[in-house]
Design a binder for this molecule. Structure first.
Ligand code: NDP
Length: 603
């Protein structure tokens, strides 16, 4: 048996990764972040529209969809397809789109290929312009879905839900909002998303900064010039700009900033892993050749390959499927070498680790090959496993550091420690700037309801927050005992396919539509999961090992609770179907198609 010599010292890498993690662990964990308040309170406002005056509503609809992002839109579309016309989106923003409504920063795009990320492409007949589409096109697609399915008709925008209250006497939810509404809905679907509230680092002196400041999710084009379509931000030509953070958002907007600003200071705590993007236009002639059902096939192909399964062809072919392909290659090699011997869990774990080391070594080499200044290149190298943080893919980010006006201020894992009225301190060095851009991310609602800003009160006054105090309790991540006619939309306790979030959402929409349609057909007023079915579902997740989400060996971030211990609650919240996303989607389809809706009670 011959083996290829492995040039990577895996043990040395493990040690280096842990050293780098330790530099970043801090006792305050999630508490290091603060809600925008005081001088920064307006960071939560909507800069894009002035809310329209309207009278409060007390009417009734069949389904209320909380959130107008792709969760609400795909559920709304599927409901309309099932003949449920009476559907109302309630959305805090001034339009549909969710994260794609709020995030209009320059360079914003989706890291997941548009052919699978954009929902309902066949239904809308839309061809994405590129393999990876920019934010305005994604926002446009959200609006297209809303228009095609007439979801604007009853929608309430610039409206925050303040409370959902179950009225047992009428078997209806009462939806209370900050606009004084108290309307009724037979069913409610909650598509509030996990990353919707901007957060700021709790840096000493943050309040004292007197220059201009904004958060990436509320980009201030009045100040910077330019626009979300990529026009040069000409007003920055005489400005010294600081950006705090180097996560997935910063990686996308640093290129355009570097081109525009007189000086750009990038304050880095942990470098992102940035692999090649290789974006390209989609050929309309090729697109026309795709037959009916192509999107389902692409979705299944990606989900299969990305989660370690086998397929004859890699339709999406990108950074997400790359590592899975490598592992598959190793398995086949090993299979051949050992004459068909069993591939055990230990082999798989090592294969994962070795492929990851290989990938991250390439990513570090890529930094060196692009960034000209040696010290800057060294500081931009990520030392952790690829899925510890959101993997990034970009062909202009690293190049930005070759611009003479761009300066990486690496804090060696410590982060920015102090701000004053004119700028930022790192150690003993002060950086005077005109503007600070916070690319510091969002509060993470791991259980789908944390951070939504409203309470949900079910049967007998039961509060959903209390019900989930020890972690989410659901059937399929969607149905909760004690909360009849309520659907929770999200990947948790379901497929948990993080690399293509919208796949989880579209499937959820299909499920909601079939349950509602069935209830209407049966004349049922209420649908509720039985306690036994919920318990049986949750019991699959008891004692599950943390995946990357929750891996204490990872560098801290929102994926692993900022490095703080992961208790049973967090494990339950970040649980996925044990057999994986592909098996979950198959299971769910069969569950729906059987027409039995096992585990739900219709009354
Ligand atoms: P993140 O939470 O990923 O990044 C926040 C950044 O701020 C990190 O680099 C963090 O460093 C840094 N930071 C925090 N405190 C300090 C400090 N005191 N000093 C210096 N730096 C600090 O937020 P993003 O907005 O970048 O991304 C959020 C999520 O949004 C992504 O994970 C992804 O899921 C999604 N997204 C998706 C995109 C897509 O293509 N689909 C594009 C953009 C975002 P550290 O890493 O050390 O914590």
């Amino acid at each position: 048996m011959t083996t290829t010599p492995d040039p990577i010292d895996h043990e040395a890498l493990r040690t280096k990764y842990l050293e780098e993690r330790d530099k970043r662990l801090r006792p305050d964990g999630n508490d290091q972040y603060i809600e925008p308040s005081g001088r920064y309170a307006h960071f939560l406002d909507d800069p894009y529209v002035t809310p329209k005056e309207r009278e409060p509503l007390t009417d009734e609809v069949t389904v209320a969809l909380i959130g107008g992002g792709f969760s609400g839109l795909t559920a709304g579309a599927r409901l309309k397809e099932a003949g449920v016309e009476d559907v109302r989106i309630v959305e805090g923003g001034g339009d549909v789109g969710g994260v794609w409504y709020w995030n209009r920063y320059p360079g914003a795009m989706c890291d997941t290929a548009a052919m699978i990320y954009l929902p309902l492409l066949e239904e809308t007949g839309y061809m994405p312009s590129k393999k990876y589409t920019f934010a305005p096109e994604i926002f446009g697609h959200a609006k297209r879905i809303a228009e095609q399915y007439k979801l604007y008709d009853k929608a309430l925008f610039s409206t925050q839900v303040t409370k959902l209250e179950w009225d047992a006497a009428s078997s209806r939810w009462i939806v209370h909002t900050d606009r004084g509404d108290a309307f009724r809905a037979q069913f409610v679907a909650m598509g509030t998303g996990p990353l919707n509230r901007p957060k700021l680092p709790g840096i000493e002196g943050i309040e004292s900064f007197e220059g201009h400041a904004f958060h990436t999710s509320r980009w201030d084009y009045d100040y910077t010039g330019g626009d979300p379509n990529g026009a040069l931000m000409e007003k920055l030509a005489d400005k010294r700009v600081a950006i705090i953070g180097t996560g997935a958002t910063a990686v996308q907007c640093i290129g355009p900033l570097a081109k525009a600003a007189k000086a750009l200071y990038v304050f880095q705590r942990t470098p992102s892993s940035v692999d090649v993007r290789n974006n390209h236009e989609i050929d309309p002639e090729w697109f026309k050749t795709l037959g009916p059902g192509w999107q389902k096939e692409w979705l299944e192909n990606f989900a299969t390959l990305q989660t370690g399964g086998m397929a004859n062809e890699d339709l999406v072919k990108d950074g997400w499927t790359d590592i899975a392909q490598r592992i598959r290659g190793r398995m086949i090699e090993r299979w051949k070498q050992a004459g068909g011997a069993q591939i055990d869990a230990d082999f798989l774990r090592r294969a994962f680790e070795e492929c990851d080391d290989e990938k991250m070594t390439e990513i570090r080499a890529r930094v060196e090959s692009i960034v000209e200044d040696k010290a800057t290149a060294e500081a931009l190298k990520p030392w952790y496993r690829q899925l510890c943080k959101r993997p990034c893919f970009h062909d202009e980010y690293l190049q930005a550091y070759n611009e003479p006006g761009t300066h990486l201020i690496d804090t060696d894992g410590k982060g920015v420690q102090r701000m004053d009225k004119t700028g930022i301190w790192v150690g003993d060095t002060h950086y005077e700037v005109d503007c600070i851009i916070f690319a510091s991310g969002f509060s993470f609602g791991s259980d789908q309801i944390r951070g939504t800003g409203f309470t949900t009160v079910g049967r007998d006054g039961l509060d959903l927050g209390d019900r989930w105090a020890e972690g989410m309790q659901t059937l399929h991540g969607m149905h909760v005992h004690g909360f009849p006619n309520l659907f929770v939309i999200g990947p948790n306790q379901g497929a948990f396919l993080i690399s293509n979030i919208t796949h989880n959402l579209t499937e959820a929409g299909t499920t909601i539509a079939s349950v509602v349609a069935h209830a209407r057909k049966e004349g049922a007023q209420e649908v509720e999961v039985t306690p036994e079915a919920e318990q049986a579902w949750v019991s699959q997740f008891q004692g599950n090992r943390p995946g990357f989400l929750g891996n204490p060996d990872c560098t801290p971030g929102y994926y692993n609770n900022e490095g703080a211990p992961i208790g049973p609650r967090e494990r339950l919240n970040a649980a996925g179907y044990p057999k994986g996303p592909v098996a979950f989607f198959k299971y769910l389809e069969a569950w729906r198609d059987s027409g039995d809706f096992e585990g739900l009670e219709f009354r």
